[in-house]
Design a protein around this ligand. Structure first.
Ligand SMILES: Cc1ncc(COP(=O)(O)O)c(C=O)c1O
Length: 396
């Protein structure tokens, strides 16, 4: 059997939609992008959504639109995909890492409070909580810390579709938030991203910045008389526009997002049941009032008792065993991955900010001990059963 880590869910609607821009000849950001933005904003319950080429570029635009730049500092969790930190570097601000809570894989709010208390010169201008693997960070506490310290909050919700606290969807807690439509995410446009916000001015800035700093979009220009004249360009911008071909897929995908997310949750619940007595795998934690979107199903290769107070030697020993475990699953055709990486251990950041692996120990543990299991809404029972049997067999 060959089981991928995830699989997008398509039907005829993507194929039908993608033909329409080909037939009309309007391929760049146009009517499909506008429709995708409207449907996406409705889905998560926010006023404005602006599509981009990726979540990375969305994060860059959100930072710039919020006025973050040279001389500023932005707090980013040290266990996240490198793109979160890279977007801060694009904006020319400085990254300040913060460790994670090992139970949730999300930013540790007590360490965040400490970092903010120590920032006597008030250089920290923003915090970028990451809603990792489909679980919201502790956004209510982050929001109140931000209010106290006068900071902007940019949620990196690349993985956050279908993640809620109570009835509030991820992406609606901060000043702005960014989503990804890479194929590893619940819905996909191939590559693609979205900035969302309730603030009209931020939305307008993002609109202009993604389009070279133009005062109006091509679609607006073509719709009005006098479209032959180019718009004004009063600020430096980028070409971060999503194409209508991608948005045509996005429109079909967002219409079935609820069904896809529900399917993923059902597989996650089956994992939970099947793995609860497997001592060497700690399954994902879902705090009370939180609803997980399960962009990924990420476990820790450790027993619960051993997890608190892990020392470097023990982490290294468990890491070797984790890697052997993953290799055994791969040999049997089951794709597995480490959850994501500890960014402070990666060459560029390690060197630039003079960091050591042990500086953010929980992130290091998560990097070395996490295991992502395959998850997709349409996973057949035989595949699921094969995965569980193989896990049980390889842990004996
Ligand atoms: C937490 C996080 N942030 C940002 C990104 C970047 O998203 P994209 O690939 O759409 O640029 C990813 C992608 O995996 C991610 O996991």
């Amino acid at each position: 059997m060959k089981i991928p880590i995830t699989k997008p869910l398509f039907d005829n609607s993507e194929k039908e939609n993608i033909l329409k821009p080909l037939e009309s000849g309007w391929l760049v950001q146009g009517p499909f992008v506008a429709e995708f933005e409207k449907l996406f904003a409705e889905f998560i319950g926010i006023k404005f959504a602006k599509a981009t080429t990726s979540c990375t570029t969305a994060l860059h635009l959100a930072l710039e639109a919020l006025g973050i730049g040279k001389g500023d500092k932005v707090v980013v969790p040290s266990f996240t995909y490198i793109a979160s930190a890279n977007a801060v570097e694009y904006s020319q601000a400085e990254v300040i890492f913060c460790d994670i809570d090992i139970k949730t894989f999300n930013i540790d709010v007590s360490q965040l409070a400490q970092i903010l208390r120590k920032d006597k010169k008030k250089k920290i201008k923003a915090v970028m909580p990451v809603n990792l693997f489909g679980l919201c960070a502790n956004l209510p506490v982050i929001r109140s810390l931000a209010k106290k310290h006068n900071l902007k909050v940019i949620e990196d919700s690349a993985c956050g579709l279908g993640a809620y606290i109570g009835t509030k969807h991820s992406g609606t807690f901060g000043d702005a938030a960014c989503f990804s439509f890479h194929p590893r995410k619940a819905i996909t446009t191939g590559e693609g991203g979205m900035v969302v916000t309730d603030n009209k001015k931020i939305a307008q800035r993002v609109s202009s910045l993604r389009d070279h700093g133009a005062s109006k979009s091509d679609l607006e220009r073509h719709k009005e008389r006098g479209g032959s004249l180019l718009p004004e360009f009063n600020q430096k911008g980028y070409n971060y526009r999503m194409t209508d071909l991608q948005a045509a897929v996005g429109v079909a995908q967002i219409k079935k997002a609820a069904m896809i997310i529900q399917g993923r949750r059902e597989i996650a619940q089956k994992y939970e049941q099947a793995l609860k007595d497997v001592g060497q795998l700690i399954t994902p934690c879902v705090p009370r009032d939180y609803i997980h979107g399960y962009q990924s199903y990420v476990c820790l290769f450790s027993d619960k008792a051993a997890l608190s107070g892990l020392k470097m030697n023990k982490i290294k020993e468990l890491n070797i065993r984790r890697n052997e475990f993953m290799a055994r699953l791969e040999e049997r055709g089951i794709s597995v991955r480490q959850g994501t990486h500890a960014v402070h251990t990666l060459g560029y950041y390690k060197k630039k900010y003079r960091l050591q692996d042990k500086d953010y120990l929980n992130s290091y543990v998560a990097d070395r001990l996490s295991v992502t299991l395959p998850l997709y809404a349409q996973m057949p029972y035989e595949e699921f059963e094969y995965i569980i049997n193989t896990i049980n067999g390889s842990l004996k």
